[in-house]
Design a protein around this ligand. Structure first.
Ligand SMILES: CC(=O)N[C@H]1[C@@H](OP(=O)(O)OP(=O)(O)OC[C@H]2O[C@@H](n3ccc(=O)[nH]c3=O)[C@H](O)[C@@H]2O)O[C@H](CO)[C@@H](O)[C@@H]1O[C@H](C)C(=O)N[C@@H](C)C(=O)N[C@H](CCC(=O)O)C(=O)O
Ligand SMILES: Nc1ncnc2c1ncn2[C@@H]1O[C@H](COP(=O)(O)OP(=O)(O)OP(=O)(O)O)[C@@H](O)[C@H]1O
Ligand SMILES: N[C@H](CCC[C@H](N)C(=O)O)C(=O)O
Ligand SMILES: [Mg+2]
Length: 488
């Protein structure tokens, strides 16, 4: 419970009608979650306008309303707070309501098309190993120290963010690492968070259903860095052509990491194997359990961030070889006959390209590389042919299948993907929309030593078909088909 005065003090651009000296018991931007004593924030959304639900929020007991437009006959029973941008105000009031938790920890956000979960999760692991209590907000799972909290989004909504951060502060967390999606930046979900640092991974094709153009997508990512304060740091990938663009207008300390050019933090891959890589990080040799140049860059971003936060270089390098792989990212399952399956969350053209080129660099080429992959429904359609093109160019055999079709017909998604397969590649591509059958078919064709990449769903334990989530786990399916149990 907080006094409305306390929640609003210091916030500018608000026009308040009614008493500020009232108690607020909670904050909601969804009228269905309003309880007596709540502050309701009416947000114009992508589907409907939250202003439509103000009456319903008042009927359910809201005592104060934040809105951009006042109703014609505002109820005199509640306090009205008119603002210019209610999504922004939502983040600010949520932060105030929960005691501004982000100001009481070091908070670092990770943005970019691929690598966010990997980097945020490894930072969470690393700072735990360095002896700190740490929080994590990520696609796979949220953590308050070692307590798991379910995750529904890559970046949660502002009420969840500040509530989880308040829990982190309450148990003594010193750090919070979080993924910052482009949707979240655009929708102001990160408003009210005081960041101590930001990391940019890379920018490639994804989410053009939402952002419409690549430039708009890039500008959304850049807004995160534009909003960082002096005193924080902005660590960017100097090897990505948009890396420096992110830093153009930031007040934060500018830092770079790179494999190819001069930068504040450098990495070289000295040896690559299926069970790990030998790296040179800032001139020191480190063994890591990860595979692929892209993971060398992820590890370098982790190192650069830890050092920028004040950790000792030597200590960080020592712990880096103990970092464990991230759920559903390059997870290897071997069959008793020696077929090698790799489950990976590559769901963009660039991720597929990277993971396939990493496999191709390591393998001997005597074996056959199969790729089983689909593309999500109700998401960016233009990435579908590109994903199939990447799979067909870098694999010996491809089985196109369903990912999460959501409301779409999986056969039509596969037909969209097929458009990216060139005529001379057609004979190596099969289409089997049932994902389990697709994996089984690849497994039946594979001989000992062959490699099957099963891409797109990684850690996911469901398949969403026509609005219903059915239990489905690529790793379980592979183990069942291989006749193996548990960790293999
Ligand atoms: C398209 C999109 O991103 N939508 C997000 C957005 O909802 P919205 O603003 O569009 O909601 P809306 O349905 O138009 O409703 C407008 C307002 O009316 C309110 N309302 C609505 C109905 C009602 O009865 N009462 C009521 O008050 C809603 O609570 C909302 O405040 O804001 C909500 C709260 O933050 C999100 O939960 C919701 O995520 C939807 C479910 C979603 O699927 N999002 C995905 C695409 C997403 O966010 N993905 C990113 C990126 C993933 C990646 O990079 O890989 C992520 O961060 O997860
Ligand atoms: N630095 C990177 N560059 C390119 N591809 C990467 C990189 N890191 C990971 N990948 C690929 O992208 C996949 C997804 O990685 P990860 O989950 O870390 O990304 P993400 O940015 O969190 O994705 P999402 O947008 O779904 O939250 C991995 O399984 C891998 O194939
Ligand atoms: N956060 C991403 C995840 C995609 C994962 C893939 N399995 C799919 O369902 O498309 C999205 O919502 O676009
Ligand atoms: Mg993620």
């Amino acid at each position: 419970m907080k006094n409305l005065n306390e929640i609003l003090s210091g916030l500018s651009g608000l026009e308040v009608t009614g008493s500020k000296d009232i108690s607020v018991t909670g904050v909601a931007f969804d009228s269905r979650k309003v309880e007596p004593g709540f502050l309701f924030v009416a947000v114009p959304g992508t589907q409907v306008d939250g202003h439509q639900f103000i009456d319903s929020a008042i009927a359910d007991g809201a005592v104060a309303i934040v809105c951009e437009t006042m109703p014609e006959k505002p109820s005199p029973d509640v306090t009205w707070i008119q603002c210019e941008n209610s999504a922004l105000t939502l983040g600010e009031v949520a932060s105030r309501f929960f005691g501004e938790p982000s100001a009481q920890m070091k908070v670092v956000g990770v943005t970019g098309t691929n690598g966010k979960t990997t980097i945020a999760t490894l930072l969470y692991q690393l700072f735990g190993m360095l002896g700190y209590k740490t929080g994590l907000l990520s696609t796979i799972c949220n953590y308050v120290d070692d307590k798991k909290r379910p995750s529904t989004h890559t970046t949660p909504d502002p009420v969840q963010i500040h509530e989880l951060m308040a829990e982190m502060v309450a148990v003594g967390c010193n750090y919070c690492f979080m993924e910052v999606s482009s949707h979240a930046i655009h929708q102001q979900r990160i408003a009210g968070i005081q960041f101590d640092g930001g990391i940019f991974t890379n920018l490639t094709h994804d989410h053009l259903d939402y952002h419409k153009t690549f430039i708009e997508y890039r500008n959304a990512k850049k807004l995160f860095f534009d909003g960082l304060n002096k005193g924080s740091f902005a660590l960017t990938n100097a090897d990505d052509k948009n890396g420096m663009v992110m830093l153009q207008n930031t007040a934060a300390q500018k830092l770079t990491y790179s494999m190819r050019s001069l930068a504040d933090f450098r990495v070289k891959v000295l040896e690559s194997h299926f069970d790990g890589m030998l790296l040179s990080v800032d001139g020191t040799e480190v063994w890591s359990h990860f595979v692929g140049n892209f993971n060398a860059m992820n590890l370098l971003a982790v190192y650069g961030t830890a050092v920028s936060l004040g950790a000792e270089k030597v200590e960080v390098l020592q712990q880096m070889s103990l970092l464990k792989s991230v759920d559903g990212r390059f997870e290897i399952i071997r069959s008793p006959l020696g077929v090698f399956a790799i489950v990976d969350y590559a769901h963009t053209p660039d991720a597929l390209k990277n993971v396939l080129s990493s496999i191709n660099e390591i393998r001997t080429r005597n074996e056959t590389l199969f790729t089983v992959v689909g593309a999500g429904g109700d998401r960016d359609k233009t990435k579908r042919p590109e994903m199939a093109q990447e799979a067909a160019s870098a694999s010996d055999r491809v089985v196109l299948t369903a990912d999460n079709p959501r409301s779409e017909d999986p056969e039509e998604i596969i037909a969209d993907m097929m458009k990216g397969v060139e005529a001379h590649q057609r004979n190596k591509v099969l289409a089997i929309s049932n994902r389990k059958e697709a994996i089984r078919t690849a497994a039946m064709m594979a001989r000992p030593g062959d490699i099957i990449l099963v891409a797109g769903k990684g850690h996911e334990t469901y398949q969403e078909i026509k609005g219903v989530k059915h239990h489905f786990d690529d790793r379980e399916v592979i183990r069942e088909i291989f006749g193996v149990t548990g960790q293999n």
